[in-house]
Design a binder for this molecule. Structure first.
Ligand SMILES: Nc1nc2c(ncn2[C@@H]2O[C@H](COP(=O)(O)OP(=O)(O)OP(=O)(O)O)[C@@H](O)[C@H]2O)c(=O)[nH]1
Ligand SMILES: [Mg+2]
Length: 306
């Protein structure tokens, strides 16, 4: 049988469940997830194979009205990946859009639909988080979002529980062009281990810390040292923007960073399948979000001053 392979980009407003969906489609954790908006900062590729088709799913940062430089880079990168994809899926949070039809997520979602329409870009719409929702609440939403005729198909899914995910996969699979596979047979993710390790720690920061702190912080893996016994020593620095934020990340007597470190280490051990010795440091680097190197590392373009 002839082989097919290509890219499928998942786009949507922040917090729609894009990373959760990519993990579900790929069948392993390649992208970090949190209840907070703007968790994903860079595109992450996860690979799935069905029959003779290889699909490279691209998890993208949420699309919203950007303000900071990092926001602008994130949104640009999401649109770039949408443009390059063989299949495009717009994911929307059905719970949020039903509860707040005039809220921020609804605004962002409508703006994305308008941009797709202006571009004449065909896509599938996937309404996510239908778990716990009534069908009667979903219908008006489907009608409101499909009135513009932008979508080839509409899927009702729960990325978390798995409902509808196989149908969506089948649609994406059908869009993949004929050609050789893009990644080796067993590869599930295309993200360097050091970067994934940094992302895992960042996820724990998003889960444990609140207000502006997650947005003011970034994580870098400074050292990755293989040990003779098969374990790895990883040294990471959490950069924050102000002295006061450093104290919050550390917590009383170092309690907060200890919890973040334990959660991150456990997950790294699971994902990398080996023992990890994780050392976390916190430093103030006021302008990390203004430094070009930082963007390059994450695979983002450095946007010019506004
Ligand atoms: N109930 C429910 N929650 C979901 C579902 N999918 C995702 N979530 C939750 O929604 C939140 C956001 O999920 P993410 O996957 O991080 O969303 P995202 O679109 O990648 O968010 P950004 O990267 O910030 O743009 C998390 O708390 C998820 O657990 C779903 O199908 N049902
Ligand atoms: Mg995400």
């Amino acid at each position: 049988m002839t082989r097919h392979a290509g890219f499928a980009a998942i786009i949507g407003a922040p917090n729609a469940g894009k990373s959760t969906l990519v993990n579900a489609l790929v069948g392993s954790k390649v992208a970090i997830v949190s209840p907070k908006v703007q968790t994903t900062r860079m595109p992450v590729r996860g690979v799935a194979v069905k029959d003779e088709t290889q699909v490279v799913f691209v998890d993208t940062p949420g699309i919203f009205k950007p303000r900071r430089r990092l926001d602008r880079a994130m949104v640009t990168s999401a649109w770039t990946h949408a443009g390059d994809a063989d299949a495009l899926v717009l994911l929307a949070d059905a719970q949020e859009l039903t509860a707040n039809p005039k809220g921020r997520a609804a605004d962002d979602t409508h703006a994305i639909i308008k941009a797709l329409k202006d571009d004449g870009r065909k896509a599938a719409l996937a309404l996510n988080k239908i778990d716990g929702m009534k069908r009667t609440d979903l219908l008006p939403l489907v009608q409101a979002l499909t009135a513009e005729n932008t979508f080839e198909q509409v899927f009702l899914i729960s990325a978390l529980k798995g409902d509808g995910v196989a149908d969506l996969f089948a649609w994406v699979q059908g869009k993949m062009p004929e050609g050789p596979w893009l990644y080796p047979e067993e590869q599930a993710a295309d993200i360097p281990s050091r970067l994934l390790a940094a992302e895992i720690t960042r996820e724990k920061i998003y889960l444990r810390l609140h207000d502006e702190l997650p947005y003011a912080s970034t994580v870098e893996s400074e050292k990755w040292e293989e040990r003779k016994d098969g374990s790895v020593r990883i040294d990471q620095t959490i950069y924050v923007q102000r002295e006061g934020q450093k104290a919050i990340v550390l917590g009383k007597g170092g309690a907060t960073i200890k919890i973040i470190g334990e959660l991150a280490r456990k997950e790294m051990e699971e994902i990398f399948g080996r023992r990890i010795h994780l050392f976390l440091f916190v430093k103030v680097r006021e302008d990390w979000a203004e430094k070009k190197e930082h963007y390059t590392e994450m695979g983002l373009e450095f946007p010019p001053d506004e």
